[in-house]
Ligand binder design. Structure first.
Ligand SMILES: Nc1ncnc2c1ncn2[C@@H]1O[C@H](COP(=O)(O)OP(=O)(O)OP(=O)(O)O)[C@@H](O)[C@H]1O
Ligand SMILES: [Mg+2]
Length: 295
């Protein structure tokens, strides 16, 4: 993996495409790096400030939407176990103390608009996640109601869409409905809130884990990495909306001849800078504060 992130002496529980998770005894410390992935591949260039944006935005939503139990404990270094204090510079702004959970092997995707793989499926079969939709919808059209379109969480490679039955078989009948309901609730709350700030949340995905028997929202929440954010002002069904998320990077990569296998091509400097600005703009719009002033 390019752009490694280590804290010497601190054992890692997991290393994802973007986040690193360190063991903190009863808890865990999640560090959001500046790595960016697109098409399930980590790109070679970091996006400055991205990790802080993801961390601070997730912390903001976890605090706001506490009616769905989540893993968040603190972003304040003084609450972290003492061994982490020595790494203040590396951790500042991009780390979170969380409750350690056993991640469930699925992604709970919610779609409110037609975009990405949902749009591709609609174009070929008139369905999204197997749900039949009315004809005549355009790219970026709003759906009459949000759809739950879960996928697998692949250890390596691409996440695959799964049916409701496959989803229920993977997580078990006790958890399936609560996970779907929590995902829809969070999406509705988040998009209502974002709408007032001029942002359309087109779609998003959530991850859940189990701590003993308790279902917890884990990982990240309503960030430009896990969601498609579109500025409401320039929204126009029928065209790819100018977005606050990595759609910008995806569009660039689609314009190259890259075969979607690692290594991905380097990003031009303008794309890196523009993406960094986009992430920060999303944070400011949603929380009201720029990076430096966010807790
Ligand atoms: N509270 C938690 N307890 C345990 N594991 C967690 C917790 N929150 C997140 N994780 C796991 O940490 C990892 C976060 O890393 P990241 O989001 O970068 O990975 P990813 O790109 O989603 O997927 P992958 O892990 O497959 O690369 C995920 O595997 C996620 O399931
Ligand atoms: Mg993740």
């Amino acid at each position: 993996m390019s752009q490694e992130f280590n804290l010497p002496g601190m054992p890692k529980i997991a290393s994802g495409k973007v986040r690193e998770i360190f063991d903190a005894g009863e808890y865990a410390v999640i560090v959001a790096t500046d790595r960016i992935s697109a098409f399930d591949c980590i790109l070679q260039d970091p996006i400055p400030g991205k990790g802080q944006v993801l961390n601070q935005l997730s912390a903001y939503w976890f605090g706001k939407f506490s009616e769905v139990p989540n893993h968040f404990l603190s972003t304040s270094l003084r609450d972290f176990p003492v061994g982490f204090q020595a790494f203040a510079e590396l951790l500042a702004g991009r780390s979170m103390l969380v409750r350690k959970a056993r991640p469930l092997p699925v992604e709970c995707v919610i779609r409110g608009y037609l975009a990405g793989s949902g749009w591709k499926e609609y174009e070929t079969s008139g369905t999204v996640g197997g749900h039949r939709l009315p004809p005549g919808l355009k790219l970026a059209s709003a759906l009459s109601q949000p759809l739950f379109t879960p996928s697998t969480k692949a250890q390596n490679g691409h996440d695959e869409p799964i049916s409701w039955t496959q989803f229920r078989d993977l997580v078990g009948p006790r958890l399936a409905e609560p996970m779907r309901e929590a995902s829809l609730t969070l999406f509705e709350r988040g998009r209502e809130f974002a709408r007032d700030r001029g942002i359309i949340v087109a779609d998003t995905k959530f991850e859940f884990g189990l701590l003993d028997d308790e279902l917890l929202l884990i990982d990240e929440c309503l960030t430009p990495d896990s969601s498609r954010f579109w500025p409401a002002a320039s929204y126009q069904p029928g065209s790819s909306p100018a977005s606050f998320d990595k759609q910008f990077v995806r569009d660039y990569l689609e314009s190259t001849n890259w075969n979607k296998k690692p290594p991905a091509p380097h990003l031009p400097r303008e794309v890196i800078e523009k993406t960094s600005q986009k992430y920060q703009e999303a944070l400011i719009r949603l929380t009201g504060y720029p990076l430096a002033s966010n807790p």
